[in-house]
Design a protein. Structure first.
Length: 588
C-alpha cells in the first residue's frame, strides 16, 4: 500500500506534469496567434477574402485558450478587412468588440490606438463620431503619457479637423504632435508635421508662416537618404508660390521638383508638375510653352492610365500568387503544428520520465531512511539492555559489599571496641583503638563507593549533598579548622557514577592534605557555574608548598588523574598565602 505522503507526492507530480504540458501548448499556440496578428499591412490588403478566413480561424484559436490580447488584436485585423471591403457595419461590430476587451484587460496603449483608428475610419462617413472616438483615444494617451501613440493621434486628429473645416484647431493639434515628435526625436514624423502645418497655413493665407514651416522641413529632408521627401517639399514650395500669385518662383520650384521626380521615376509627381507648368504658362501668356508642357502632361497622364491598367493586371497576378502562397502557408502551418505537437509529446514524455525517476528515487530514499532508523533503534535497544545489565551488576556488587564485607568490618570494629573497653589487655589497647579507627575509615570509604555505584543517574545536586555530609563528618573530627561549602550552581548538571566518585575523592584528598600539611585555619569548597559548564574549587589559607618539590607525590597525581578521567581540566596554584585546587568541567 502506498503511504499517504507518497500519494500526495504522486498527485503533486501529476499536477505539475499536467500544468507543464498545458502551459507549453498554450505558449506555442499564443506565439502562432501573435504571428498571424502581426501580418504586414500590404499582405492584409493583397487578398482581403483569404485573409478574412485566416483571421477568423485565428480568432477561434485565441478564444479556445481564452487569450484576451490575441482575441482583441484579431478583432482589430478583422475590422480593418471589413473596412477595406466597404462593409462598415461589420467593421464597427468588430472594432467595438476589440475596444471592449482592451478596456476590460487594461491594455491602455492598444485601447488608445483602437479609438484613434476607428475615429479616423469614420472621417468620411460621420465626422461627429470620428471626432468623438479620436478624442477618447487622445484622452487615454494623455492620461497615461503614451507619447508615441499620442503623436500619431494628434496628427490624424488634425486631418479630421481639416475635413471638418476647423483649420485653427487642426493647427493646434498638428503643433502638439510636432512637439512630441521633437521630444522623442522622431525624425520621420517631424517633417510630416511641418508639411501639414505649412498646408493648413497656406489654406488660411498665412504664407509667411507656411514658408517658415517648409524651411524647417527642408532641414530634416536634407538628412534623408532618398529624394522623395525633398521632391515633395519642392512641389509644396511651388504650390505655395502659386497660391501667392508669385508665378516666377512657382515656375522655378515646379521645374526643380520635376527634375527630382524624374530622378525617382515618380510619374504622378511628374504629371502634377507639368500640369501646373502649363497653367503658369497660360497665366503668363506664354502659349507656346503652355502647349509644349500640355503635350508632356498629356503623355504622362496617358502613362499614368497605362500604369493604373498595368497595376490592375499586376494586382490580379499578385492575388493569384498570394493565393498559392497562402495555400503553401497553410501547409507549412500544418507541418509546424504537427512538429509542435510532436515536440510537446516528447517534452511531456521526458518530463514524465524525470518525475517518475524522481518518484522512484524518493521511494528508495525513504526506504533507506527507514532501514537506517530501524538499525539505529536496534542499536539503542541493545545499548539500553547492556547498560541495564551493568547497572544490575553494580547493584549486585554493592549489595554483596554491603552485606558481606560491610558486615564483617562492622563485626570487627565492634569486637575491637569491646576488647578496648574491657581493660583486660591494657598493653594492646592503643593498637586496638588504631585498628578500630582504621576499620571505621575503611567502612566509610566502602559506603562512599557503594553510594557512587548505586547512583547511576546522578547530578551536581546529589554530589553537593554528599560533600555536605563529608564536611559535617570532618567538622566533628577537626575543631581548629573552619570548613565552608559554597554552592552557586543554578543548572542541574548530569553526572555519571564515576564522575561523582572522582570529584568526591578529589575533594576528600584535598581536604585531608590541607589538614595534614597546610597549617590552615579555613578550607573553602565551592561549586561555581561558568559560561561553558562548572568548576569545583578547594581553597585554603595555609602556608602553601613548592609545586616542583611535590611533583613526585601520589596525592596530586591522583587528583589530576581523577579530574581528567572525569572530563575536567585540573589546575593548582600555591603560595605562602595558601593553595587553590580547581577542576574545570566544560559541558557545553
Amino acid at each position: 500500500m502506498i503511504k499517504p505522503k507518497l500519494k500526495i507526492s504522486l498527485y503533486f507530480f501529476i499536477l505539475i506534469f499536467t500544468l507543464t504540458i498545458s502551459n507549453t501548448f498554450s505558449q506555442s499556440l499564443k506565439s502562432e496567434i501573435d504571428s498571424v496578428n502581426n501580418m504586414p499591412y500590404h499582405r492584409i490588403v493583397s487578398n482581403l477574402q483569404t485573409n478574412m478566413k485566416i483571421f477568423k480561424e485565428n480568432l477561434k484559436k485565441a478564444e479556445t485558450i481564452n487569450y484576451k490580447y490575441g482575441i482583441a488584436k484579431t478583432l482589430m485585423n478583422l475590422s480593418l478587412v471589413y473596412y477595406l471591403k466597404g462593409n462598415y457595419d461589420e467593421n464597427t461590430k468588430y472594432v467595438l468588440r476589440a475596444i471592449k476587451i482592451f478596456e476590460e484587460s487594461n491594455f491602455l496603449k492598444d485601447l488608445a490606438e483602437s479609438y484613434g483608428v476607428f475615429g479616423f475610419q469614420l472621417k468620411r462617413r460621420n465626422i461627429t463620431k470620428a471626432k468623438k472616438y479620436m478624442q477618447m483615444g487622445i484622452n487615454i494617451a494623455e492620461k497615461y503619457n503614451l507619447l508615441l501613440p499620442l503623436s500619431t493621434l494628434y496628427d490624424n486628429y488634425g486631418v479630421v479637423l481639416v475635413i471638418a473645416n476647423s483649420i485653427d484647431s487642426a493647427i493646434y493639434f498638428y503643433d502638439k504632435s510636432l512637439q512630441i515628435n521633437h521630444a522623442l526625436n522622431n525624425l520621420v514624423g517631424i517633417p510630416f508635421n511641418l508639411n501639414h502645418l505649412a498646408d493648413v497655413n497656406t489654406l488660411k493665407g498665412n504664407y509667411k508662416t507656411a514658408l517658415k514651416y517648409l524651411k524647417q522641413s527642408d532641414k530634416y529632408r536634407a538628412k534623408e537618404e532618398g529624394d522623395y521627401g525633398r521632391a515633395e517639399n519642392l512641389v509644396l514650395y511651388a504650390d505655395l508660390y502659386y497660391s501667392m500669385g508669385n508665378y516666377e518662383f512657382a515656375f522655378k520650384k515646379y521645374n526643380e521638383g520635376l527634375t527630382l521626380a524624374k530622378k525617382i521615376s515618380n510619374n504622378y509627381m511628374i504629371s502634377y508638375c507639368y500640369d501646373y507648368l502649363t497653367k503658369i504658362s497660360v497665366k503668363t501668356k506664354n502659349y507656346k510653352e503652355a502647349y509644349e508642357y500640355f503635350k508632356l502632361f498629356s503623355a504622362y497622364k496617358d502613362s499614368l492610365i497605362n500604369v493604373e491598367t498595368n497595376s490592375k493586371i499586376a494586382q490580379l497576378e499578385i492575388d493569384y500568387e498570394t493565393e498559392k502562397k497562402d495555400k503553401q502557408i497553410v501547409q507549412n502551418m500544418l507541418q509546424i503544428r504537427k512538429r509542435n505537437s510532436q515536440l510537446i509529446a516528447a517534452s511531456g514524455l521526458i518530463i514524465f520520465l524525470i518525475l517518475l525517476s524522481y518518484l522512484v528515487y524518493r521511494i528508495q530514499k525513504l526506504k533507506r531512511e527507514r532501514v537506517k532508523r530501524e538499525f539505529v533503534l536496534n542499536n539503542k535497544l541493545k545499548q539500553a539492555e547492556y547498560e541495564k545489565k551493568i547497572i544490575d551488576e553494580k547493584l549486585r556488587v554493592s549489595r554483596d559489599l554491603h552485606d558481606n564485607i560491610g558486615s564483617n568490618l562492622t563485626f570487627l570494629i565492634s569486637s575491637m571496641d569491646n576488647l578496648s573497653y574491657s581493660g583486660k589487655y591494657s598493653n594492646i589497647k592503643d593498637k586496638l583503638n588504631n585498628l578500630s579507627s582504621y576499620g571505621r575509615e575503611t567502612l566509610s570509604e566502602l559506603r562512599n563507593t557503594i553510594w557512587a555505584m548505586k547512583t547511576e543517574g546522578g547530578n551536581i545536586k546529589k554530589l553537593v549533598l554528599k560533600i555536605t555530609e563529608l564536611k559535617q563528618n570532618l567538622g566533628n573530627q577537626i575543631s581548629d579548622i573552619n570548613i565552608e561549602l559554597d554552592d552557586e550552581i543554578q543548572n542541574d548538571f548530569a553526572l555519571s557514577s564515576s564522575q561523582m566518585l572522582n570529584i568526591y575523592r578529589i575533594v576528600q584528598e584535598a581536604v585531608q592534605n590541607i589538614v595534614k600539611y597546610a597549617e590552615a585555619s579555613l578550607i573553602k569548597i565551592s561549586f561555581k557555574e561558568i559560561p561553558t559548564g562548572f568548576v569545583v574549587t578547594i581553597e585554603d589559607d595555609g602556608i602553601g608548598f613548592d609545586l616542583n618539590a611535590a611533583k613526585d607525590g601520589n596525592g596530586l597525581d591522583n587528583m589530576c588523574f581523577r579530574c581528567e578521567e572525569s572530563g575536567g581540566q585540573f589546575k593548582i596554584n600555591s603560595s605562602d598565602k595558601g593553595t587553590i585546587i580547581s577542576c574545570i568541567f566544560n559541558t557545553k
